[in-house]
Design a protein around this ligand. Sequence first.
Ligand code: NI
Length: 137
Amino acid sequence: MSGLTRFSISLEKALLEKFDLQLKQDGCPTRSKGVADLVRESLVKHEWKGGREVAGAVLMVYDHHKRDLSNKLTNVQHDFHHLIISSQHIHLDHDNCLEMVVVRGKPRDVEVFYGKMKGTKGVKYANLAIASTGKAL
Ligand code: NI
């Protein structure tokens, strides 16, 4: 961490009390850390609106018995191989699979990839966890 700067902000009392309670429940040690986390979260969201490289993960749950679904998802991943850092496939039970695909690339490309994976018929659940390469944080 580089040099710290102190600054003061004004908040409604009730809002600050809710924030403090949330920090306590989340196990966040200090208000400063809580605010810094919020600022970084905002910066990461902003990164995703730009054109610079970002990182993230696509999570999916699907039934591998669905006709040709595993093959279709693999084909999409081959089409976007340049974005994919790693993938992990977990057999949750007899029918259901959880797949996590870690990606790095331009936000728009990642969103197109995510849309194709999520839009594949038979996918029960999909989520894009946005993250950062960390370089701008
Ligand atoms: Ni499986």
